[in-house]
Design a protein around this ligand. Structure first.
Ligand SMILES: Nc1ncnc2c1ncn2[C@@H]1O[C@H](COP(=O)(O)OP(=O)(O)O)[C@@H](O)[C@H]1O
Ligand SMILES: [Mg+2]
Length: 365
């Protein structure tokens, strides 16, 4: 059964879990914050990873949150980890409280392992930038033939890696330094701060240490496993009525030296997930019809307002209730289709619920 929209009252919509560090948690090092998650090092090579309802688009965290988003992502990810553990190990140990996982700590590999089955998003933008539809183009070192239309299925699944971080974090890599050197003086700062710049497999291999790899061949292992993951998860999603257009993974080294999947797995934040039944080319409009069950409608909304060009304005933007509510329903529905579960709809402050559960589980001072 889909989520009952009437349950999402204004009180519920505002009862979101903000990303914050709880000083009550027993830790052995300073907690860290990502854009939407917080990480507590509790010792014994284990972390608590807490997924807030925060929303980031264009690498900016919004002022308002999306009710139940963190829990929805966690439910989808842990389901995905469970289904793919036979392909590659992952960091998930167990849920310890709402929005909170116990995970194995890893030494991160600083590459976003991006896989695409359809040409959309930044893959499409890069293809068009160099006249790809007429001439073909290279995207992250992968040659794409001419003739594709926006959102069209690629002949093969492709691996288009990006750096996990900003250009300025990788200046020892000649290609990154070159980007800065080639920038006009007025664009230098912007270039240094560019998030997740695209890479090629060759650049990663030639500079493997800068990307946290212990040996260049580890990239081959990760790529091979990721092709298997993509294939397996795409099939599962197709059986549920969805197309996996693209996704992004992170990998790391566990203390015993094995490589495994960390962070999240094929969530609507890290992937583009389209309705299978609706996907077709509309000759009148000369475009593919896509129904997006992911973060993209938030990005589209932000871009329509021109906020992607102005990060300060984006950070200050107060997203309208209807847009948030549509997002809550979208994320709940995809979670329900994949996992068969829905989040708790409550007006009890979420922080109270989590701290109580963490206390019961023995994780507080
Ligand atoms: N098992 C793990 N060990 C170490 N770091 C991890 C692990 N799983 C995820 N991370 C890191 O934790 C952070 C998760 O927070 P998130 O808000 O998703 O960050 P980001 O802004 O980088 O997307 C990321 O920096 C991710 O690389
Ligand atoms: Mg992340």
């Amino acid at each position: 059964m889909p989520i009952n929209e009437k349950l999402i009252t204004p009180e519920v919509l505002n009862n979101t879990l903000r990303k914050e560090i709880y000083p009550e948690v027993k830790v052995i090092a300073l907690p860290k914050k990502g854009k939407v998650r917080s990480i507590y090092d509790i010792g014994n090579n284990q972390l608590l990873m807490m997924s807030s309802d925060d929303l980031s688009t264009h690498d900016v965290v919004h002022k308002r949150q999306v009710y139940a988003k963190g829990g929805n992502l966690d439910a989808i990810s842990s389901n995905c980890f469970e289904k793919t553990g036979h392909i590659i190990p992952n960091h998930f140990i167990r849920d310890v409280a709402p929005n909170t996982w116990l995970v194995r700590k890893a030494e991160r590999i600083l590459v976003e392992i991006v896989f695409r089955s359809y040409i959309t998003g930044s893959g499409w933008r890069d293809y068009v930038k160099v006249n790809g539809p007429e001439e073909g183009a290279m995207v992250s070192g992968v040659s794409i033939r001419p003739g594709y239309r926006k959102n069209e299925k690629l002949d093969d699944v492709i691996f288009t890696p990006a750096a996990k971080g900003q250009v300025k974090d990788f200046l020892s890599v000649p290609e990154m330094q070159k980007m800065v050197d080639n920038a006009k003086p007025e664009d230098r700062e912007k270039t240094l701060n560019t998030d997740d710049p695209k890479l090629t497999e060759e650049t990663i291999r030639n500079n493997y240490k800068a990307f946290g790899l212990r040996k260049p061949e580890d990239l081959d292992y990760i790529a091979e496993k990721s092709f298997q993951l993509f294939d397996s998860i795409s099939r599962d999603l197709e059986s549920r009525g969805y197309l996996l257009a693209d996704t992004k993974w992170e990998f790391g080294y566990f203390p015993d030296g094995t490589i495994g999947l960390i962070d999240e797995c094929v969530t609507p934040d890290s992937s583009r997930i389209w309705g299978k039944a609706q996907y077709e080319f509309n000759p009148e409009k000369s475009e593919f019809i896509i129904v997006q069950n992911d973060k993209q409608p938030f990005r589209d909304y932000v871009e329509a307002l021109g906020l992607d060009e102005d990060k300060e304005a984006l950070a200050a933007h107060w997203m309208a209730d209807e847009v948030l509510k549509a997002g809550v329903i979208r994320y709940c529905n995809i979670r329900e289709k994949i996992t068969g579960t829905l989040p708790e709809i409550t007006t009890t402050p979420r922080k109270d619920i989590i701290l109580e559960a963490l206390g019961d589980a023995g994780y507080l001072r």
